[in-house]
Write a protein that binds this ligand. Structure first.
Ligand SMILES: O=C(O)CCC(=O)C(=O)O
Ligand SMILES: [Fe+2]
Length: 302
């Protein structure tokens, strides 16, 4: 087994009760400078290599070959999925070993990168409740500086049950009542969001020599309901399994302490879905055909 490379680990603390309450009520937490400068440098180096390896460009970034299965094998970038200071925070939200890894995305957003319209990323077929927790950790290794893309969030919106793209072609990346614009965060910052929290990336101008580095890691809470496996556009348990095998092979289980993060037993795919889940997957595919690119669509000028 290869060893996950050493990183200088910051203080490992869970969340305070105040932070847990804030997260439950508002749907997000912000930790500026969460990753050290040294770790950020290794992550941006891994993302640069990832971009070189990828085939097919931006549209193909989440393909079976270019998505999490490739990302997770990078020693430092992939190791973020079991980074002890973050695991401590997720444990505070979901219980000591009451969760599993869902996916990791990573990208280098160049000048001119398209917007991502208002949406949420809570995985559920059909969308019926928010009984179990899913979170996304948005990492900004080079921070947010008002260039290329701002992160927008709508506090408290995680408490509503809605389709993931319900707002995408209605509000694009416009401000909503009470929404926040995050455009000034230092390098190494992380924003933990409830996956059902509405968020968007608003396109901003930038410069060619200052790309926006981004990676996100998501986790699902163990409970009575199973979760859709990783896979795009439909869940694929074989791919999810491949991802987790590669994570363990890369040493992200950290001498077995965090092997549980890569357990795939709480996930289902098209073969193991219930009839109700399968019917809703079909509905989702039809909607996608009706509104292709709904997340990236630009507001028509009036
Ligand atoms: O680029 C960002 O800041 C957020 C992108 C996003 O919505 C996501 O990865 O789910
Ligand atoms: Fe998102």
């Amino acid at each position: 087994m290869k060893k996950t490379s050493e990183i200088d680990t910051l203080e490992i603390t869970g969340l305070s009760n105040v932070e847990i309450d804030l997260f439950e009520n508002q749907g997000y937490l912000i930790f500026p400078n969460f990753l050290s400068a040294k770790y950020c440098a290794r992550i941006t180096r891994d993302i640069d290599q990832l971009i070189e390896q990828r085939t097919g460009g931006y549209a193909d970034r989440n393909s079976d070959a270019n998505g999490t299965a490739r990302i997770i094998s990078f020693p430092d970038l992939g190791a973020l999925t079991s980074y002890p200071p973050m695991v401590a925070k997720i444990r505070s939200l979901m219980g000591a070993d009451g969760f599993a890894f869902h996916h990791q995305h990573a990208n280098r957003h160049e000048e001119g990168t398209t917007a991502s319209n208002w949406h949420h990323d809570y995985e559920q077929f059909p969308q019926t409740d928010r009984e179990q927790l899913m979170v996304h950790c948005f990492y900004y290794p080079t921070g947010l500086n008002g260039e290329i893309g701002d992160l927008l969030i709508l506090p408290r919106s995680h408490q509503s049950v809605m389709l993931r793209n319900a707002f995408s072609n209605k509000f694009y990346t416009e401000d909503l009542p009470g929404s926040l614009t995050l455009d000034d965060l230092p390098s190494g910052s992380v924003v933990i969001v409830h996956s059902a929290l509405l968020h968007a990336r608003r396109a901003k101008s930038g410069s060619a020599d200052r790309p926006r580095y981004f990676t996100d890691v998501s986790y699902c809470q163990v409970g009575p309901q199973k979760w859709p496996a990783y896979g795009f556009p439909l869940p694929k348990i074989w791919l999810h399994q491949q991802v987790c095998d590669r994570a363990l092979e890369a040493g992200h289980g950290r001498n077995q302490e965090f092997d549980f993060i890569y357990d795939t037993s709480i996930f289902y795919d098209t073969d193991t879905a219930t009839e109700e889940q399968r019917v809703d997957m079909e509905r989702m595919l039809k909607r996608r055909k009706g509104y292709p690119g709904v997340r990236e669509r630009i507001k028509p000028s009036t």
